[in-house]
Design a binder for this molecule. Structure first.
Ligand SMILES: [Zn+2]
Length: 376
């Protein structure tokens, strides 16, 4: 064996040992074993053939996977894992399907992504799903009143299970764009160019993709989170829109501005019978947009939002995600804590949201601390 290849083999050995050690006694133990076996398999084949290209590639892949996987497995990891499992159990009770293995990771913000695991034969390849939480792996960073986002992220996972939304909203989008094109046929010169640009932008932002990286899915899973959580979701959105440090009009290719998301949510809240909440959310939107008018708001086409809301609600029904009703939320409000332990699950997030709206910041913090002490 030549010297560079020997170095590479040593590197492979070190990496194989370190993945096993990093995930020993964690929920990712099996993942660590698989990665180790993968490295060892490729390393053995390379020794026999004398060419190192595949080993270089494998080491890079394994390092990439490690960077995307959870890095810590502390108390908060345990708390968030239990919460995720409890909600998946609630949602599965009526038949909703999930990928099962979803692990928390800590970083700058909320997010959901999939890591495909490499395998020697592609047939057995499986995917790890990671739910990213804001903050670090420390119980003090848990803020349940912000956890409505957890349901948004889990709804992304549920929506991967069906093509319903992509197909049905996709059709309605095409219809709507056709109407807008017809309406603009009489435009000439600059007006015609402006109309064409506008329609092209609507198509780019709203076309639903299977990878869910589009405005339509972001709005649709907000609506699904409202379906599952009820009023506490609109409360969280109102707090967000009221925050002066949050620019409610900023957008990316993947995320529509918060005001457009809030408009859709107000509509969905109305459909679902949360009338007061819908009205209050509308008020927040009205005040914020009055102080900062923004050009992006024209992309919140009312017909399109209506279609996203309706198709998302229909999808929640088809996916059998349990719907939160006023009656069920009233039962949650009756949980007599601290006498009764608050069960892991969406009730915990709902109570967090309700407490946040009733208590001062300091009182809320101590409520959270005692809840975390009794939960773990
Ligand atoms: Zn999202």
């Amino acid at each position: 064996m030549n010297a560079p290849l020997q170095d590479l083999q040593r590197e492979a050995q070190t990496l194989a040992q370190s993945v096993t050690a990093a995930y020993a006694d964690t929920p990712l133990m099996e993942v660590g074993t698989r990665l180790k076996e993968l490295i060892e398999g490729v390393a053995a084949a390379v020794s026999a053939s004398g060419s190192d290209a595949s080993l270089v590639q494998t080491l890079a892949t394994v390092r990439g996977i490690r960077r995307a996987l959870p890095e810590t497995f502390g108390d908060r990891f345990q708390f968030d894992s239990l919460l995720i499992q409890a909600i998946i159990k609630e949602w599965s009770a009526l038949g909703a399907r999930f990928s099962g293995f979803i692990v928390p990771r800590y970083g700058p913000g909320w997010g959901f992504y999939k890591i495909p695991m490499p395998s020697e034969d592609d047939k057995t390849a499986h995917t790890i799903r990671v739910l990213s939480f804001p903050g670090v792996d420390r119980l003090g960073d848990v803020d349940l009143s912000d956890y409505a986002w957890l349901l948004h992220e889990l709804a992304h996972d549920a929506f991967y299970g069906s093509r319903y939304f992509v197909d049905n909203f996709g059709k309605r989008l095409i219809d709507r764009l056709r109407v807008l094109k017809l309406r603009s046929t009489a435009d000439v010169g600059r007006a015609a160019a402006r109309a064409a640009d506008h329609i092209a932008a609507l198509e780019r932002y709203w076309t639903p993709k299977l990878n869910q990286q589009d405005w339509a899915h972001e709005v649709a899973v907000d609506v699904a989170a409202l379906w599952a959580l009820g009023a506490p979701l609109t409360m969280q959105f109102r707090r967000l829109i009221d925050r002066e440090d949050v620019n409610v009009c900023v957008a990316t290719d993947q995320h529509p501005p918060y005001v457009i998301r809030a408009q859709a949510l107000a509509q969905a809240a109305d459909y679902l019978g949360w009338r007061d909440e819908a009205w209050a959310l509308q008020e927040n939107i009205r005040m914020r947009t009055a102080e900062s008018p923004n050009g992006l708001l024209v992309y919140g086409d009312a017909e399109m939002l209506k279609a996203v809301v309706e198709e998302s609600l229909q999808n929640c029904e088809l996916l059998r995600i349990p719907r939160m009703t006023k009656e069920r939320l009233e039962i949650v409000q009756l949980i007599d804590e601290p006498k009764t332990d608050i069960p892991f699950g969406s009730a915990m997030i709902q109570l967090g949201g309700l407490q946040r709206s009733m208590l001062t910041a300091g009182e809320y913090r101590s409520w959270m601390e005692s809840l975390l002490r009794s939960a773990l």
